[in-house]
Design a binder for this molecule. Structure first.
Ligand SMILES: NCCCC[C@H](NC(=O)[C@@H](N)CCCCN)C(=O)O
Length: 525
């Protein structure tokens, strides 16, 4: 009689791809919430209500009311019964405007009215960077990695996806409440509370991120690892793309910036439940792995020890990956937070379409990240892919910084190139980590990389928000904002790109010396 050979659950193709899909879904929900506020920058930084017209233009509500009143008086029409509160969808407005030096009568129909929150650019920058606040300053991401290696995938992932949900609810509460002039921590109460919520969410999102990375290595090591990581990132990008595309229309339709966040919180509930489903699969995988080990008489793998951290810290290749991750991601995610407003003011894109151009970036990566991942699996050249991606990132920011070519189609082309760069580097960088660091220290290794990366994700939006307020905001003599000059912030982003190129080259040199195998294929033939 043939003896039944024990197999691990992860040896089944269907099982491992199902596991990947479930955890990637949780992550996708997290990414949706991370970027849901980015297209709302213009609305958040406008004081009072904003009126949107059917021709895709917009105007502060009080300016509109004043213009309509002036028009009625000048044309001896009866005083309109109009206040900011009475403006509503479907109403027709008439007022006069200077067009090419001539006074013309404009008639517009209101499509929606939404409440602006009156934040400053610095406050918006602070809020955007708050994502990494607890991770960086309370070292929670670092401890998250240790918790992951000590307590395991099921405990850590459940805890962290629960934290995402709690943070999202706090953020929603802050944005849906009018706190008047109340202050917290010496700042506007709404900004402070929304930032606290975002910081708790960010802690959960990042710990979930390292947990999911470990899940993928657990199921795919020696198999289609880079493809699986690429697909996970691709699904995450769907979350980002949807956030960028639907957030402003939802806020406009509902009249308030809090609704997209509420929607995100509901989506996150499903992400939390899907992680619980994964936990059941994880239990089965562990049981089958244990059965295989017993049958083959293998020694039980030694657990994680704090002293293992020394091995991680002593690896030069590991530090180069850290720095590359810091610089490359500092040039992408923080940029996305400001990209919608860049499209409005530099490329003259109507506000209702402006979020769609940055949304092209994640949409492009949805396809390309798995393609490049699979390329890396089959033919290698990981370090080279990272160098090419870093070059592209730099070129993109230099092009955005140029004061010429301010056409929307140019912004679209440049954004597509950024999408290619944003597929190349992540698809090669993340699967390279297990080539440098062994499995049992992988949770801590990813946590340290995410930790260093979070320093950039936190401080770069602060820096850019401050630079926009002090060096990029154009005002007229009365101090009213008339536009923005994005040269200075874009030059800063380009500098991150140059640093990424240098580091990626050093990494390839280090690989040649230490034979990590970054230029080799991942799949064992
Ligand atoms: N296997 C690792 C995949 C990481 C994907 C990577 N995510 C991050 O680096 C996160 N720490 C930051 C996410 C910020 C959310 N917008 C990615 O390329 O998304």
């Amino acid at each position: 009689m043939k003896e039944k050979i024990q197999k691990k659950l992860s040896d089944s193709k269907a099982a491992r791809w199902t596991a990947l899909f479930i955890v990637s879904f949780t992550m996708m929900c997290g990414y949706f919430l991370t970027d849901v506020m980015s297209p709302l920058e213009n609305l958040l930084t406008t004081k009072g209500k904003v009126v949107y017209f059917t021709d895709d233009t917009s105007m502060p509500a009080d300016t509109l009311v004043a213009k309509v009143r002036l028009f009625s008086a000048a044309n001896m029409l009866s005083e309109p019964d109009l206040t900011v509160e009475k403006l509503g969808a479907g109403a027709k407005m008439q007022y006069q405007e200077q067009v090419n030096g001539q006074q013309v009568t404009v008639e517009k129909t209101i499509s929606s009215v939404a409440r602006g929150e009156g934040w400053s650019s610095t406050e918006y920058g602070f809020f955007s960077g708050a994502y990494g606040l607890i991770n960086v300053f309370l070292l929670m991401l670092f401890f998250g990695g240790v918790i992951l290696d000590k307590m395991g995938i099921r405990f850590t992932g459940t805890m962290s996806s629960g934290l995402m949900l709690v943070g999202a609810l706090i953020k929603w509460y802050a944005l849906s409440t009018d706190f008047g002039d109340a202050q917290l921590f010496g700042m506007n109460m709404q900004v402070a509370l929304a930032s606290v919520g975002f910081a708790i969410f960010g802690m959960g999102a990042e710990i979930t991120g390292i947990t999911v990375s470990k899940v993928i290595v657990k199921w795919f090591a020696g198999k289609e690892l880079a493809l699986a990581m690429g697909l996970q990132v691709a699904m995450a990008r769907i979350g980002t793309a949807l956030a960028l595309a639907v957030s402003l229309p939802v806020a406009r339709m509902m009249g308030n910036v809090s609704y997209p966040v509420l929607f995100g919180a509901i989506v996150l509930c499903t992400g939390f439940v899907s992680y619980l489903v994964y936990c059941m699969m994880d239990r089965k995988e562990d049981a089958s792995a244990e059965a295989v080990r017993m049958e083959s008489g293998q020694e039980k793998e030694e657990g994680f020890k704090m002293s293992d951290l020394k091995q991680i810290f002593c690896s030069r290749g590991f530090w180069l990956i850290n720095l590359l991750c810091l610089m490359f991601y500092a040039g992408v995610f923080p940029f996305l937070k400001f990209a919608t407003k860049l499209m409005i003011y530099k490329y003259d894109v109507p506000e209702s379409f402006a979020g769609l151009i940055p949304a092209l970036l994640p949409f492009g990566t949805i396809l390309l990240t798995p393609v490049f991942g699979s390329l890396y699996d089959r033919i290698g050249r990981g370090a080279t892919l990272m160098i090419i991606g870093s070059f592209m990132l730099t070129a993109v920011h230099v092009l955005f910084a140029l004061p010429v070519m301010n056409y929307w189609w140019f912004a679209v082309v440049v954004m597509i190139v950024l999408g290619i760069a944003f597929s190349l580097v992540p698809s090669a960088m993340w699967p390279s980590v297990p080539k440098i660091i062994p499995m049992k220290q992988l949770g801590s290794a990813y946590a340290i990389i995410f930790y260093i990366q979070n320093i950039g994700l936190t401080t770069v939006p602060w820096l850019i928000g401050w630079v926009i307020e002090h060096f990029a905001t154009l005002r007229n003599e009365a101090g009213v904002i008339t536009g923005y000059d994005y040269t200075a912030p874009m030059v800063i982003f380009a500098i991150f790109g140059v640093c990424a190129i240098v580091i990626a080259m050093l990494l390839r040199a280090e690989d040649a010396k230490k034979h990590y195998g970054l230029e080799e294929a991942n799949m064992k033939k």
